[in-house]
Design a protein around this ligand. Structure first.
Ligand SMILES: *Cc1c(COP(=O)(O)O)cnc(C)c1O
Length: 819
């Protein structure tokens, strides 16, 4: 923060009512996430109300952890005279007001970036270029929302010389609040596209809304070749404020591009015919657009061209996401080789905190190059390391060593990455959680390479943010008190049970369910603590149920007896769930079992009734509407009969993903969410609202040119009548690429274009038709993902998305991302 604030000041800024606690202190930090507090005595906690969590819920715990100042809604009922309370009408608005105040104290240039695509990249690249010359504050990752922008502002410090902030909105009316906070002197409007069109009456309206960000800006940079955008800018922004670049003559900067083998030359000519020439190793259209925005931004700020070129030379493609991957020797690696500032470090450490416990927490980091001299950032880095209880710090760079003396034997320092690599041996690490984060110039990719498990060609990427988004989509459709059980059976629908369960645990899910006992055992062995229901526990596994605190489903009188007898012999107490068969005819009690079941329950001292459920056979399909309702009715009757005169209150549940959408009135105490969480909306009504969670990717191994009449693959099935070009991909039916995709039934996307399967899918490989495309070995091919609908693919081969997802073999490496 630029300036510490006294609680009285905060109350004045937010027009809140304040009741001061015993010893009010200066506020140095603001937190909205109870897990991220590192200097509790000087932190103000702002209780935001989100779709899934009310921040106020964490206040009692935070008081225990030493926080003494809270900004809460005026409806908040809690009291405690020891601590300071600031009560306001709207906590989010108050957060924005405090941010606007901090912003007003920053007297140096602030650049605001908005647009449909590329804003995070332009922000990062411009930030990197400016860092050759200035100390730069920039918003972390894609913190660009109503809450993200204020948090970005709190990352600004008085020593920063320039701030680069991105701004994103998704619906009408949002920009005003963000403009009030940021008031950028210089603006960049990257471009306009279809993203979030649904939130605005028209494309024009969307542009106008975004333009509000620049209403008081001195200059706005844009590309004049984007006609829709240009038209609006020319009607709303005075000409003297516009800085336009274009590939055609007559703009403030006329650009000519010379694309070469190893990159591109960008020549910018000003109206006075003075020219600047820059070279970049990027040559694709989108990157060149982003780079041009960044160059024009830096020139407008007055940065010398040779320093801009120096910055361009160091630019590397930006891996936007923090990722979690399997490391060597049973370690987990968090790869954050992309960010290199305090905010980025904070985010990465918070992500680390949410991961499963491992033997040690290890941090490998470099000097923070973009943050100026070490006295600016080193004390904070040290505080973060201490607050996060890092067991071992491995530092690279000269400046970082100053923190060494405070860490004793818990730290090891190297001057260069090479000297670290000379020292680093894989056998130093075993079952550790390792965060690798460093400035581009340190080339930490080589550290990651050494520590990660080899990934061959094919990976399944899991987007944890999308998982959270989908969870919230379903949660919003339910009553707030309804519990959610998430089905993580079958390796969490292919996504990887342990990591997904861990993420769900941190999101506040109530229950998990697996199909078999061993799946539950694996989760427990990896530190998952949520209650776990086992759908089909087999008799051989009874002792594991007890040992690992797993809750079996009981589905027949016979099974009840067996389990009860076993539990009595073992003096064990087990929680059980009852499955009622109302039409599935798979497992489950029948209506005529109810009386006998009640007696067994009354007589049992070792089995405790946790819940009763049934399962719908066609919740996703309209044609089964009537049958579903019959099932739900029958379930209601059966459970009423059972519970009559029984002094128990088990949880009642019936709905799966489709059911939540179609029969919310039958949500009872809990729902069982499955496929919807993983991004497939089975009823088809809300496809656009769910985000795709998994992307299956592979890379081209070889490209071949075939003559007319030649055939491809086994049994000569793939006849290339007119010849053409094929690419071989390292994925086959043993990886889960279904053999039914053979002979044109399936396809992959290469460079955004469909490439159809040629011939039969082999066990470990498949060939696709890339005739007429510029494809080479090493190019990426998307097998499933955002751009390829799992539903359509499944339909093509007469199956359902469930099967495609769960078939992805465990030999395909999973990588988890946070946007
Ligand atoms: C798999 C399963 C679910 C989840 O179903 P989805 O259609 O994936 O939401 C719910 N309940 C039971 C008993 C299941 O077996």
């Amino acid at each position: 923060m630029i300036q510490t604030l006294h609680p009285d000041q905060i109350a004045a800024i937010t027009s809140g009512t304040i009741s001061l606690g015993k010893t009010p202190v200066e506020i140095k930090r603001i937190s909205i996430d109870s897990r991220q507090v590192i200097d509790p005595a000087h932190t103000l906690f702002v209780a935001l109300v989100g779709a899934k969590i009310d921040g106020a819920k964490f206040i009692p715990q935070l008081i225990k952890e030493g926080l003494t100042c809270f900004l809460v809604s005026e409806n908040y009922a809690g009291t405690n005279a020891e601590v300071t309370w600031i009560r306001v009408a709207d906590t989010r608005q108050a957060l924005q007001q405090v941010a606007a105040f901090q912003r007003s104290l920053f007297q140096k240039p602030l650049i605001g970036i908005t647009g449909s695509n590329g804003k995070t990249i332009v922000k990062e690249w411009l930030g990197q270029i400016l860092a050759e010359h200035y100390s730069v504050a920039k918003s972390p990752k894609s913190y660009n929302s109503q809450v993200g922008v204020p948090l970005s502002v709190f990352g600004m410090e008085s020593y920063h010389q320039v701030a680069v902030m991105e701004v994103g909105i998704s619906k009408a009316g949002e920009m005003k609040a963000l403009e009030k906070i940021l008031k950028p002197q210089l603006g960049i409007f990257t471009n306009i596209g279809a993203a979030h069109d649904e939130g605005f009456p028209s494309r024009k309206e969307k542009i106008r809304e975004k333009l509000q960000l620049f209403q008081d800006s001195e200059f706005l940079i844009y590309c004049r070749d984007q006609l829709e955008l240009t038209e609006e800018i020319q009607s709303w922004i005075p000409l003297e404020k516009q800085i336009a670049w274009s590939d055609r003559a007559g703009a403030d900067f006329t650009r000519s591009l010379k694309v070469q083998d190893q990159g591109a030359r960008i020549i910018l000519m000003k109206a006075d015919l003075s020219t600047f020439t820059f070279f970049t190793q990027f040559a694709d259209r989108a990157s060149l657009e982003n780079i041009t925005h960044a160059i024009v931004g830096a020139l407008t700020l007055g940065m010398p061209a040779d320093l801009i070129q120096q910055g361009l030379t160091h630019l590397k493609p930006i891996e936007m996401r923090l990722s979690l991957k399997a490391g060597i020797n049973d370690c987990m690696l968090i790869d954050d080789t992309y960010s290199n500032d305090l905010e980025g470090l904070r985010i990465a450490l918070d992500f680390m905190k949410l991961q499963r416990k491992k033997r040690r927490k290890i941090l490998i980091l470099s000097d923070l190059l973009q943050q100026g001299p070490s006295e600016h950032w080193a004390p904070e880095v040290l505080r973060l390391i201490q607050a996060h209880e890092i067991d071992l710090v491995i530092g690279v760079g000269r400046e970082l060593t100053v923190i060494g003396e405070h860490l004793d034997d818990k730290a090891q320092f190297f001057e260069t990455t090479d000297s670290l690599l000379n020292w680093l041996k894989p056998e130093f690490f075993h079952q550790d959680l390792i965060l690798v984060t460093g400035a581009r110039a340190f080339g930490f990719e080589s550290v990651i390479n050494l520590l990660q498990q080899r990934i061959h060609g094919t990976v399944l990427e899991i987007n944890l943010n999308a998982l959270t988004h989908n969870f919230n989509f379903f949660k919003k459709r339910l009553n707030p008190q309804t519990k959610v059980m998430v089905m993580v059976k079958a390796f969490a629908y292919g996504g990887g049970a342990v990591e997904i369960a861990n993420h769900l645990q941190s999101m506040g899910v109530d229950y998990l369910a697996v199909a078999y006992t061993d799946e539950g055992v694996t989760l427990r062995q990896h530190g998952i603590q949520l209650p776990i229901m086992v759908l089909n526990p087999l008799e051989e596994s009874f002792h594991f149920l007890r040992q690992f605190d797993l809750e079996p489903v009981v589905f027949s009188l016979d099974f009840f007896q067996k389990l009860n007898l076993w539990a009595a012999e073992q003096h064990a107490l087990l929680k059980i769930h009852l499955d009622f068969d109302t039409g599935m005819h798979r497992l489950g009690f029948e209506e005529e079992d109810m009386k006998a079941l009640r007696e067994q329950i009354i007589a049992s001292k070792n089995l405790e009734l946790a819940s009763i459920y049934t399962h719908l056979v066609g919740a996703d399909e309209q044609i089964h509407e009537e049958f579903s309702r019959e099932q739900l009715e029958k379930f209601q009757q059966m459970k009423d009969i059972l519970l009559q005169g029984l002094d128990k209150k088990p949880l009642i549940h019936a709905l799966n993903s489709g059911g939540i959408i179609r029969f919310p009135e039958f949500q009872w105490d809990m729902v069982r969410l499955g496929i919807g969480l993983y991004g497939v909306e089975v009823t088809g009504g809300f496809d656009a609202e769910l985000q795709s969670v998994s992307t299956l990717k592979t890379t081209v191994s070889q490209v071949k040119t075939l003559m007319p009449g030649e055939t491809v693959g086994y049994s000569r099935k793939g006849l290339m009548e007119n010849g053409g070009k094929i690419a071989t991909l390292p994925i086959g039916y043993a990886d889960g690429f279904d053999r039914r995709f053979s002979n044109g039934k399936g396809y992959v996307l290469i460079q955004g274009k469909k490439a159809a399967v040629v011939g039969n899918v082999c066990m470990d490989m498949v060939m696709v038709d890339v005739s007429g495309m510029e494809v080479k070995a090493g190019d990426e091919a998307i097998v499933y993902g955002e751009e390829i609908s799992l539903k359509a693919l499944a339909e093509n081969i007469g199956t359902i998305p469930y099967e495609l997802l769960t078939n992805i073999s465990s030999r395909v490496k999973r990588v988890y991302y946070l946007d």
